[in-house]
Design a protein around this ligand. Sequence first.
Ligand code: ZN
Length: 426
Amino acid sequence: MRFVVPVLVLVLAASSAGQGLAAGAKSERTRLGSITPGAKALIEGRVVAFDARLAGDELRTRLVVDLNRKIDLTAFTLSDPYRVIVDLPDVTFDLPAAAGRQGRGLISAYRYGLFAPGKARIVLDAKGPVAIDKAFVLEQMDDQPARLVIDLVQTDRQSFIKKAAVEMVTETITAPVPAARKNDRETPLKRDGLPVVVIDPGHGGIDSGAIAPSGEEEAAIVLAVALRLRDRLERSGRFHVVLTRSDDTFIPLAERVKVARSNQAALFVSLHADFMPRHEGDARGATVYTVSDKASDKEAARLAEKENKADLIAGLDLSAQNDDVVGILYDLTHRETKNFSALFARTLVGQLKGAAEMHRTPVKSAGFVVLKAPDVPSVLLELGYLSSPEDVRMLASDAWREKVADAMSAAVQSFFANRVAASGNR
Ligand SMILES: [Zn+2]
């Protein structure tokens, strides 16, 4: 109990010092004991966004975000699709769970979250071409919190394109930004003969992935399973395991492929749990995907199209990206990589059958960007569908996650055993 007292005193101090805590308590998302992430961030002296709302109409729409103190921002627009990007220093979002899901006026929806270590971002989806009329942050005053305000007005496509990606900087960012975490995902591991397995939990940070009607988010589910799989593989002592992300951070698709290639991975496993509208064949159960330039069916095509949009969702300007990945990747002449991917897909389905509900067509293929490393056998596992209430119950269950991580670990071990056997026969 002794440890609890100082924390509670701090919570009360933070609470009486201003706003934030009461609003922060609204968020039921990830409570740490009885302290919300927002309250914890306040105690740590960080910037917290604790409420947000849209106001206005189709001619002029305003986004207001309440903060515990003033920060600086950068705002700009991107086209195809029309988006407004607001870049911020390290802000902890403790908004009500429904924030951003419903639009108003010129905005159809918005997302928020970590975009990179120490950098937060808000991405607003616009219904059509918009211009940023004003973007500023008001100082905290008496009982008023600090307020971030973005005013958007309707414009036409031509003026939009002219202005798109021209940054509107209110001030240079002066709020303390923590030093970027060292990125060690891409530092190749010391070679000691052990194969490298890269586990890729999809989405993260500002891109939460699919969301179940009951609120479960794809990014959190796949991370939980990835961490369990990592522990099992590491415990076996037979592999080096690298995660493309081990926390709630956004990672661009190309970067995920880069992690696999720079580590000379022997296997890349991407984890997802998507949402399929009902008419798309009542999808449920686990499905293993390999890459192909032609999708095996319509559901696979839709899914790849959706997953490949992750960078757009996070507000990346794709026109400015080099197409390293896309360039090499459509060249699928690497027969060995393809064969090993197919072998692992079959092995994985075999192991998962005992542990999880399988989709009626458990192996499919489509043009997933993350599977396109020419030299790394790669599969994408849809653990289940957040659109299916039965699947959601499983995906949210610890017992199910343990069972599936066991099955995946067994599949990885069996795959490498078969690979060694196959090379020995040559
Ligand atoms: Zn996904």
